[in-house]
Design a protein around this ligand. Sequence first.
Ligand code: SF4
Ligand code: SF4
Length: 184
Amino acid sequence: MRRDPKYLIFKDLLGGLLITLKTFFKKPVTVQYPRERVTVYPSFRGRHALVRDPETGTARCVACLKCVQVCPSRCIEVRYEVDPETGARKMLEYNLHALRCIYCGYCEEVCPVGAIVLTEWFEYSSRDRAGLIFDKERLLKNWDEFIEKYPEKVYTNKFWNLKGIPEILKPAPKREGILIKVRD
Ligand code: SF4
Ligand code: SF4
């Protein structure tokens, strides 16, 4: 049976109007940024930072290069020196090209000592490319700026200690939960 085209148009129109009417009385899902802000979920992957050790005041990085090896974008460079007596590595330079990053979080996941994080800070930009190449000092500053507004007394990141990995395979800081004291 052929339907009258006028009937079909009316039916569609009515369907559309009903959806509009139903949505009209619902709470809006959009926010009026920047006047309104959403609460960012814990462990949101935002601006990169090198965690400053609260005891030494320096980066926690031990220059193991795991983040360099795992990064699919090849956007991390680390330079280090080796202590001839102890054989311990000391990180000298850490550069992260944020424009190349795909925010996968592999670097923070693989880091054995919780030294690199993608913080929950998402509002950042630069007028030039150089402004988004973070060196060691900039990454430490990113941490300071993030932690200044961080509301808790200790910081941990769920990517530092993923579920499903046997405890025996985790380095000691990960087994212990890697909690960073932020303030007293
Ligand atoms: S989040 Fe992923 S792409 Fe970005 S620096 Fe870390 S490992 Fe590389
Ligand atoms: S994985 Fe962690 S400790 Fe190793 S080089 Fe990267 S940031 Fe430093």
